[in-house]
Design a binder for this molecule. Structure first.
Ligand SMILES: Nc1ncnc2c1ncn2[C@@H]1O[C@H](COP(=O)(O)OP(=O)(O)OP(=O)(O)O)[C@@H](O)[C@H]1O
Ligand SMILES: [Mg+2]
Length: 446
């Protein structure tokens, strides 16, 4: 059992007692609060809770205040928001703020048990499975702009269906975050969410990574290996950067998706699975199909529901909420007091064109937090490198590696982060480009 200590905050004694009864029957240690302020006091005083069940409307402080404080104190805590019938919007808002799920009142003991079980499964997954840890399951999804709100509007409906979803958008726009959210909102949420990053796996190993292999099936295959398809059975499989799958392997993948059946490499026994597919790509799909990088039939199979994430420059209303979210996150992670952005710093962020989208914003905020400036972050502290300034720097005195990095980043900038085009222009494969970018990202602070 991963969920042991539970806090229930509700001003309605009937609901409070009812929920407490159900949870006690599940063997949980239950604490109760009769309003938001009392709940917050308990959060600050008591040992950490594993789960918080909070009503939305309460006297003194409401459920949102409880949620916010709980997440500040312990970002990993599960929060379930209870709302009255007809206020589903606030439930969605709660989820954007980090709530794990919601319950609409009145609810049955079974519904409560089911959500607790979901938390239990998710906690287990987070603690135990390294495959799952690789996948982004961040419950935080900032979406203030009309463009993102439109994306979210249908997200729940899409999530509840079994349809494959193809998520497109420039690099760093949040495709993985959205994929994780779809899984979490789906009926499969208590089952595994497994990600395969198709661009990161060596071409020769992709097949065995997907489908597993039998002992001795190829040189180096020492033991039997379980593939990601098997690991995702019952849950959701995210084919991240799906366009990077070698064309030769695509028919086999299509068959596995259509029939939900495959064989391990070197194996003969068909393995039946049941899963939902999500895929992402930052390529122009039309072009990928025309240039025969990606099979059209596979695309149509995966693209039952298309979902496009707009670039950050097309949703400026998200910039400051995201910046503040990352400030909170990185200050907490680095054990620093919460910093604030000065007005000029905010303006600078708003004026920037964000070629690297949300990821770039996260990186910039993290760098600023780590470099330990004063409590108020001023515009001068935000290092947003305009591309022209980079170009103007003298070339001599810089290593070959630095030169290469600069060339790659500049070319990406010039071509609006279109990796396909840039790889072609530089005469390298998209995989090499991707690996180099990952390397730059991971050595950013070294
Ligand atoms: N709406 C959002 N709210 C909060 N965090 C976000 C949001 N969108 C993106 N992020 C954060 O930004 C970073 C990049 O997001 P993500 O990895 O999902 O992008 P991506 O579109 O998959 O990028 P790539 O194409 O390069 O793989 C992550 O750290 C993610 O947590
Ligand atoms: Mg991604």
């Amino acid at each position: 059992m991963f969920i042991e200590r539970v806090l229930i905050a509700d001003d309605d004694p009937l609901m409070r007692n009812f929920s407490a009864e159900v949870l006690k029957r599940l063997g949980k240690e239950v604490f109760t609060a009769t309003n938001g302020a009392e709940a917050i006091a308990l959060l600050q005083k008591e040992e950490p809770f594993d789960l918080i069940l909070t009503d939305r409307k309460m006297p003194q402080k409401d459920g949102f205040a409880v949620l916010k404080r709980a997440k500040e104190l312990q970002p990993s805590v599960f929060v379930i928001m209870m709302t009255a019938f007809g206020s589903v919007e606030s439930a969605v808002e709660a989820m954007q703020l980090g709530a794990f799920n919601y319950l609409i009142k009145p609810f049955s003991p079974e519904s409560l048990e089911a959500v607790v079980e979901q938390c239990e499964a998710q906690a287990k997954v987070l603690k135990e499975n390294r495959y799952l840890r690789e996948a982004t399951l961040s419950p935080h999804l900032i979406a203030e702009s009309p463009a993102m709100k439109r994306v979210l509007q249908n997200l729940e409906k899409i999530a509840k269906s079994q349809a494959s979803v193809f998520i497109t958008g420039e690099s760093g726009t949040g495709k993985e975050v959205i994929a994780g959210t779809i899984h979490r909102l789906s009926s499969r949420s208590q089952n595994p969410f497994v990600k395969v990053n198709c661009a990161a796996i060596a071409e020769t190993l992709i097949e065995s990574e997907f489908f597993g292999h039998e002992k001795g099936s190829f040189t180096g295959a020492q033991g039997r290996k379980t593939g990601r398809f098997e690991l995702a059975d019952g849950g959701t499989l995210l084919l991240d950067e799906v366009t990077e799958i070698p064309i030769a392997l695509q028919p086999k993948l299509l068959r596995a998706i259509q029939e939900q059946e495959f064989e391990r490499v070197g194996g003969v026994r068909p393995i039946k699975v049941n899963m939902r597919f999500l895929a992402t790509s930052n390529r122009d799909m039309q072009e990928a199909i025309e240039t025969k990088v990606f099979r059209e039939d596979l695309y149509y199979r995966l693209n039952v529901v298309p979902l496009h994430l707009p670039p950050l420059r097309a949703r400026r209303e998200d910039v400051l909420p995201l910046a503040n979210f990352f400030l909170q996150k990185f200050c907490a992670e680095n054990h620093k007091v919460l910093k604030k952005l000065s007005q000029k710093a905010e303006q600078k962020l708003l004026d920037y064109h964000w070629p690297g989208n949300v990821r770039e914003l996260a990186n910039i905020i993290e760098r600023t937090v780590v470099l330990d400036f004063e409590e108020e972050i001023d515009e001068a502290h935000l290092y947003l490198e305009p591309i022209t300034a980079a170009r103007a720097k003298p070339i001599s005195g810089c290593t070959l590696h630095e030169m290469e990095k600069r060339l790659i980043l500049e070319t990406l900038e010039t071509h609006h982060q279109n990796r396909t085009k840039v790889a072609a222009l530089l005469g390298i494969s998209i995989r090499t480009l991707r690996n180099k970018l990952q390397e730059y990202e991971s050595t950013e602070f070294n």
